[in-house]
Design a protein. Structure first.
Length: 109
């Protein structure tokens, strides 16, 4: 069983849900942390959604969390989220091209 730490980034996220990470087949992933950064000149609201493969039970981890100008919000500090094969972590801002994100995770395959 292989354990691989990874850091996934995505920049200039806007008002459409963006698939930032999809858990590979035959893998379980533990999300260790997720940050959303405001790169706009105005406050934004940032969201993270977990799209569960096949079940339709998609849920928001956080919805429109306020991120002040020039700031970063650590959304999952101290909490862990487990993704199963083909689950997807999606990000969205309430403002076009205004959010950068970084996700730290551990893949177990």
């Amino acid at each position: 069983m292989a354990n691989t730490f990874k850091s996934i980034t995505s920049g200039s996220i806007g008002t459409t849900l963006v698939d930032v990470y999809t858990c590979p087949v035959s893998t379980t992933t533990i999300i260790l942390g997720a940050s959303i950064a405001n790169i706009d000149n105005n406050p934004i609201g940032g969201s993270i959604k977990l799209a569960k493969s096949g079940s339709g039970d998609d849920v928001f981890i956080v919805k429109q969390a306020p991120v002040p100008v020039g700031s970063t919000v650590e959304v999952m500090s101290g909490n862990k989220v487990v993704l199963e094969a083909s689950d997807t972590l999606q990000f969205q801002s309430d403002t076009a091209g205004s959010m950068d994100t970084i996700v730290s995770l551990l893949e177990i395959s």
